[in-house]
Write a protein that binds this ligand. Structure first.
Ligand SMILES: Cc1ncc(C[n+]2csc(CCOP(=O)(O)OP(=O)(O)O)c2C)c(N)n1
Ligand SMILES: [Mg+2]
Length: 666
């Protein structure tokens, strides 16, 4: 019998059939009973962590049942009901939580940190906010495909304080993306109550500021959540646009089980316990004679036995046996490089033109490729790389963005989840800091975590020697070479840039593509006119010599050419790495073994840079072949300054000739 005899929630079933009402009930009951079981297992020390959604089930169930199974949902840590309503077998969920191989992340990530394309669910990363921008990306793909699909994404009220929330809502509004933003306002973010989280009366009020329709719903009333979301989804499918919904609800347990609820006043707990979404709905269904004791008991015993048998089979699964090569293999999606040879006909291009031509030819080749960036459409980008693209490809595929690097990285991820390709232009590589989180946490880790590729290229106009000061001159490749999951490309010549960009776009993995601004208009080369590719992980030998190896990339290559031209007595191997991740270790090692002396030159400051790693590699692999200590040369350990005399002094170029001569003479 219902523990609440008369419902405290006002239900209005309208024209809903008994079947749908019972389904809503059954679907809420399942996550509740799973959770009750988890709490027991937690007390027995059989699972490590649990984020409870008890009391919030009506939101997950209402939203999930309102959407079509083909439509993506991006849940958070309290949305077990999304996973169960999409009918993921409990066995697999339990394996995921126990870190078993047949979970969704093969033991690589915990709890709800996974997605599954089989069920059109994209799980969260810990950082909360990025989900919202990823939903924008999926919604953008749907908008472009004109497939009348809605995307729903969740956030807690705490997560709305993150910049990602603002950026995602703004982008969705500007682009009129078919996405439903669902805020579960449950009163607390960890221990922080709402009055320490935000100042407005209702979070839904923020919708107006973004030009987004918004609604406040009783998150504990499953009929209200289901019928309203269903109606909105139907409307969005016909007329794509974003909607913001604030669901009022309450977090009835601790942030996670171990952290308790001491800071929550008892009256609040009691008040919300009386508004329990399942107990009240049960009582309502009983009162309407839609549910009776017999059916209720049958539901409960059916679900309990499903839980017990699934748990048993999950426990029976073998523990993961660590295997290094298996782990390493999954960091990147397998990519079979297709070598497309360059045609004979060439024309002389500057670096900037070669990148533009390469990008244009990739846009022609990949109809599902979208490029995004600030001022890249009619204006052609600040370096004019996308000049004329809008006329050829249209504004849908060549997209000006608001100033929101984080959201656009997330949108790129979302496009990839929906099977498209994205190239994002950072206006200056320095600004990548504003999109750093989704690059290193979402893009880089997705394939390893749940085999989801991030088919994204981030173009990074970088580098000094342009008198632009600390925020328009950095060369920050080392921030990314140390993050497994990213590929890092850094061409020094027009020919390489064009072919490597084509490969970067073909490669389904996230690629950081560095383009040196000082080389854009100063370096020219004859470049094949047609589309061609070049492989990653293959350095090029710019000069062949005997006395010394110079290993470098980007502008360093041109500094070295200049120094060697001025010192024809020095016979050097000059190796241009071209890609830093993957790194052509073989070319480095072979060259050093031949010459016995090595200078590694990087434009960035020294500590923690590429040169240091390559130096260590050479010590490990070539120690007996060395005739002199390995020499690293990098720019000064200061930010890069503006005034030309200071910048000249800062850049490693000023010291190169001296260091080179000294090393040859050693
Ligand atoms: C960027 C970031 N900051 C802090 C945290 C730690 N953290 C995880 S969940 C959480 C509270 C989230 O509150 P809310 O968005 O309201 O969701 P709720 O847990 O209440 O459902 C915090 C502070 C985190 N995971 N990521
Ligand atoms: Mg909260």
């Amino acid at each position: 019998m219902p523990t609440i005899t008369k419902s405290n929630i006002n239900y209005d079933k309208r024209d809903l059939s008994d079947k749908v009402l019972l389904r809503l009930y059954y679907n809420m009951l399942r996550p509740r009973l799973i959770e009750e079981k988890m709490l027991i297992l937690l007390r027995q020390g059989k699972i490590s962590k649990w984020f409870s959604g008890i009391g919030q089930e009506a939101i997950s169930i209402g939203v999930t049942m309102a959407l079509k199974p083909s439509e993506y949902i991006l849940p958070m840590h309290r949305n077990l009901g999304v996973f169960t309503t999409r009918e993921i077998p409990l066995h697999r969920l339990f394996c995921q939580w126990q870190g078993k191989a047949s979970g969704f992340t093969k033991g690589r990530d915990r709890s709800f940190h996974f997605g599954t394309q089989d069920y059109n669910i994209v799980g969260m990363i810990s950082h909360l906010g990025p989900q919202l921008g990823v939903a924008d990306g999926i919604a953008l793909a749907n908008l472009l495909k004109k497939n009348a699909q809605v995307t729903a994404v969740f956030t807690g009220e705490g997560g709305t304080s993150e910049g990602d929330f603002h950026e995602a809502l703004n982008v969705a509004a500007v682009w009129q993306l078919p996405v439903i933003f669902c805020i579960e306002n449950n009163g607390y973010g960890l221990s922080t109550p709402t009055n320490e989280q935000y100042r407005c009366k209702h979070l839904a009020d923020r919708g107006k500021g973004y030009g987004i329709e918004s609604f406040i719903l009783d998150g504990n009333n499953v009929i209200e959540t289901y019928t309203k979301v269903k109606k909105l989804a139907e409307s969005i499918r016909k007329r794509p646009r974003p909607i913001l919904i604030e669901f009022k609800t309450f977090r009835r347990r601790g942030h996670e089980e171990a952290s308790g609820t001491k800071y929550v006043p008892k009256e609040l707990m009691d008040e919300w316990e009386a508004k329990d979404p399942i107990e009240n709905f049960r009582s309502y269904l009983f009162s309407k004679k839609i549910l009776n004791q017999e059916i209720d008991e049958q539901y409960i015993s059916e679900i309990k036995s499903e839980i017990d048998s699934s748990l048993e089979s999950a426990y029976a699964e073998e523990e993961i046996v660590p295997n290094e090569s298996k782990e390493l293999k999954d960091v990147y999606k397998e990519f079979e490089y297709q070598d497309i040879k360059p045609n004979k006909k060439t024309h002389e291009l500057r670096l900037v033109d070669a990148i533009s031509e390469g990008l244009k030819q990739s846009m022609e080749k990949h109809k599902d490729l979208v490029i995004m960036g600030q001022d890249i459409a009619e204006y052609g980008g600040v370096f004019k790389i996308t000049e004329g693209f809008v006329n050829q490809f249209g504004k849908e595929r060549v997209r000006n963005t608001p100033i929101c690097e984080s959201a656009i990285v997330e949108v790129s991820m979302g496009l990839s989840i929906a099977g498209m390709k994205a190239v994002m232009e950072m206006q200056f590589s320095d600004f990548v800091t504003s999109g750093f989180n989704p690059i290193v946490n979402y893009l880089a880790k997705s394939h390893y975590r749940w085999q989801q590729q991030a088919d994204v290229v981030v173009r990074m106009p970088c580098g000094g020697g342009v008198g632009a000061g600390p925020f328009h001159s950095q060369t920050n490749e080392a921030w990314f070479t140390k993050t497994p999951g990213l590929k890092v490309v850094y061409p020094a010549f027009p020919y390489d840039a064009k072919g490597l960009l084509a490969t970067a776009i073909n490669d389904p993995n996230p690629v950081m593509f560095f383009e040196h601004k000082a080389l854009y208009r100063s370096i020219r080369q004859n470049v094949p006119t047609d589309y061609y590719t070049l492989p990653f992980g293959k350095a090029s030998k710019v000069k062949e010599g005997e006395d010394i190896s110079i290993i470098t990339y980007g502008a360093g290559v041109h500094w070295a050419i200049e120094s060697l031209d001025a010192n024809s007595q020095i016979s050097a191997d000059l190796i241009d790495l071209r890609t830093l991740q993957p790194l052509d270790k073989e070319s480095i090692i072979n060259s050093v073994k031949k010459t016995g002396k090595v200078l590694i030159l990087n434009e960035d400051s020294l500590f923690g840079g590429i040169a240091s790693d390559i130096s260590a590699l050479i010590m490990e692999e070539c120690f007996e072949f060395l005739d002199a200590p390995v020499k690293r040369l990098a720019s000064m350990e200061t930010p890069i300054p503006f005034a030309v005399q200071l910048e000249d002094q800062y850049l490693a170029k000023s010291k190169l000739e001296g260091v080179l001569k000294a090393l040859v003479a050693y």
